[in-house]
Design a protein around this ligand. Structure first.
Ligand SMILES: Cc1cc2nc3c(=O)[nH]c(=O)nc-3n(C[C@H](O)[C@H](O)[C@H](O)COP(=O)(O)O)c2cc1C
Length: 250
């Protein structure tokens, strides 16, 4: 694990500079509902996407896709599917973030085939060759998943067992969890580069899927609009309930 001090050292920065900058980025990110007409430079979006895929993700199976919408024609289609929200209609770019439940098998094979330097260790070959297929195969109508659920319940009486994913529904949660982490990376990266975002779930997923020709296993956890905040683009103060209310200490 890289300590803050190590990261700072590598970047030739004082640790407090790194943590202060990080806090500034996190505190500076707000959901912006109105953007200026200023386009976001393409390299900034490219950086956001490069950093998105560094998000931690389940088994490193990378169940995500990022559909970067920049042309006026496609932006108009997607913004309309976002119910014409101003966060979408005024954005410079829209990133339709897609979670895939059906790519894990191909990605598991690639984790072996594309292993850095070739020749992955046995533990890696076993994990992606045997354990991952056992964990993630659910079968048609989750029939294999149901079998695994019974097995898990039986074995789970005697020892700790992962209880999910044991259905196609669980696989949607599985893919969405990792993909949502990539979403946060995009939004924080945009802020770090001086741009703003709004995550949106208020959209017609059927229309977006049709417009982008997404495959049947695609889910859209969020569409992220990106741009430069208009002076009146933030609708109110950032407000949360007290942290202590949500933190349970043991
Ligand atoms: C999954 C998700 C979906 C959201 N959908 C919308 C949306 O459709 N439209 C919108 O204006 N804001 C949307 N938001 C933004 C939230 O309203 C916002 O994050 C929340 O009010 C807190 O404000 P802040 O992001 O400025 O801290 C969404 C946020 C998340 C995480």
């Amino acid at each position: 694990m890289k300590e803050n001090a190590v990261i700072a050292e590598e970047a030739a920065l004082a640790p407090e500079t790194v943590s202060e900058a990080f806090e500034q980025v996190v505190r500076g990110r707000r959901s912006v509902r109105k953007f200026l007409e200023e386009p976001v430079p393409e390299p900034v979006i490219e950086k956001c996407l490069e950093l998105a895929v560094l998000a931690p993700n389940s088994s490193n199976l990378q169940p995500w896709e990022f559909h970067w919408v920049r042309t006026p024609q496609m932006k108009a289609v997607i913004a309309e599917a976002c119910m014409g929200q101003s966060a979408a209609t005024t954005a410079s770019d829209l990133i339709v973030v897609v979670a895939r439940t059906g790519t894990w098998r191909a990605h598991a094979k690639r984790m072996i085939a594309d292993w850095p330097g070739g020749n992955p260790p046995k533990i890696v070959r076993d994990y992606y060759g045997r354990l991952a297929p056992f964990m993630y195969t659910q079968g048609i109508l989750s029939v294999i998943g149901h079998g695994k659920r019974v097995l898990t319940m039986a074995v789970g009486l005697f020892r700790a067992m992962p209880r999910e994913p044991v259905s196609l529904g669980d696989m949607k949660v599985w893919a969405t969890k990792s993909t949502a982490l990539a979403c946060e990376n995009i939004m924080l990266a945009a802020r770090a580069y001086g741009y703003d975002t709004c995550p949106m779930e208020g959209f017609d997923s059927a229309r977006v899927k049709r417009a982008l020709k997404l495959p049947g296993d695609a889910l859209i956890p969020m569409i992220i609009s990106v741009g430069k905040a208009a002076p009146d683009g933030i609708y109110g103060p950032q407000f949360r309930f007290s942290t202590n209310e949500f933190v349970k200490r043991y």
